[in-house]
Design a protein around this ligand. Sequence first.
Ligand SMILES: Cc1cc2nc3c(=O)[nH]c(=O)nc-3n(C[C@H](O)[C@H](O)[C@H](O)COP(=O)(O)OP(=O)(O)OC[C@H]3O[C@@H](n4cnc5c(N)ncnc54)[C@H](O)[C@@H]3O)c2cc1C
Length: 439
Amino acid sequence: MSHMHEPKVADKNTPYWWESAPVKPLPQQPLAKKLDVAIVGAGYAGLSAGLVLARGGRSVAAFDAMNPGEGASSRNGGITSGSIRPDYATIARRFGEEKAMAIEAEGKIAREFLYDFIKTEGLECDFQLVGLFKGAIGYEQYEKMARSAEALAKKLGIESYAVPYAEQRNYIGTDFYRGGTVRMDIGGLHPAKFHAELLRVALASGLTVHSGTPVTSIKREGDGFRVVTSAGTVQALQVLVCTNGYTDGASPFLRRRLVPVRSRIIVTEELAPKVMARLMPKLMMMGEGLQLGFYYRPSPDGRRILLGGRDSSRVGDPAAPTLLLRRGLVNLFPELENVRLSHSWFGNVAMHRDMLPRIFEKDGVVYATGFCGSGVVWAPWIGMRAAYKLMGPNERARTAFDFRPPAFIPLYRGNPWFMPAIIQVYRLQDRIALWRARR
Ligand SMILES: Cc1cc2nc3c(=O)[nH]c(=O)nc-3n(C[C@H](O)[C@H](O)[C@H](O)COP(=O)(O)OP(=O)(O)OC[C@H]3O[C@@H](n4cnc5c(N)ncnc54)[C@H](O)[C@@H]3O)c2cc1C
């Protein structure tokens, strides 16, 4: 009864995706004494890497502390954004023009790879390449976004264009934005189905997956590693860490260089077809030009709206972040004022200090992490490149994301006490940007 003071804000606090693709434990597997490769984490990154290694003839097992997929990989929005947080100029300043260009180009390749992979492997995950509409908060931002849409088309040949305010309602049933841009290389999938299907093909390829089996320590021993798990100890020649936002004490080096942040999604009850047709006429994925902008989309069956955003809570499952997202939803679509929410849940995304995902090596252990809330495209791609890297020098291991370890974060040992403050700063910046844009 301790929650009596909190209003019931959603019917369930588990992912909507689990209704049709529940995460579950796998049958227990005998533990190998020796492995070529031990993978820590069985989300998109760990499974994609395991798939490549198993097909490459390696003896390989992935260990997951929870049910496979129970991390971010069955909780996300399913938007195949493949975006990179820092803009081109920032990356060029820090890492050089060449790196910046390579990163931008690889986004296109990684997205195309994902779509091709889903098709050739026959992964049933409700993938639809519907495009993404990004709303501008003001006319000045609209002009800027329109120019980037043009550049995207010119530079990378991506179908992208501006939508002026007068035509906005053909894309989204709100007057909140001042126009926006569309890019057609982004779509949506069912994240938990995608994970389950990835698991299916990985297992079929010979990957062993131990669920409910945390790795507790990784130590160098002889010419390999001693990997201690809750089910026993394994000797592995190589270790790949794919724990992203769920990184724990088993990887102390990574833990001090990776900040987990909660992201939350709310889902509406089924809406009338005419309401959906008005609010999301093209059933596109949606984003907005703010630091802490919402991301939202129709459910794959086109009957509900899912809306996600930052959750600044750090313990328990309080009602406030759900109410905040709900206010955001109603602000966009006032006619949803009395809508019931069927689900609200959160998961962890993870960022390195420079907000760039990467593959790196430290003391012989290889890591593939830091997807910054864009791992639907990046985690499979970077997980696979990491697997090729482990298989020895070869063309397929080449990626712009294989570089130095992420920077150390001062005063940080894995407990991001500073995040609520940072989120408040972003929120304030967003409020100022909105006020400026509308004055
Ligand atoms: C609410 C939400 C919405 C999102 N929306 C989008 C979106 O729309 N588009 C997009 O591209 N991305 C989105 N993301 C991000 C995306 O989900 C992630 O980037 C991606 O799933 C990361 O995959 P992963 O395999 O690296 O990590 P995860 O799927 O998080 O897997 C890590 C696994 O490591 C395991 N683990 C940790 N420590 C240990 C240990 N010691 N031993 C064994 N196992 C361990 C955990 O149990 C976990 O299963 C979202 C994320 C969230 C949380």
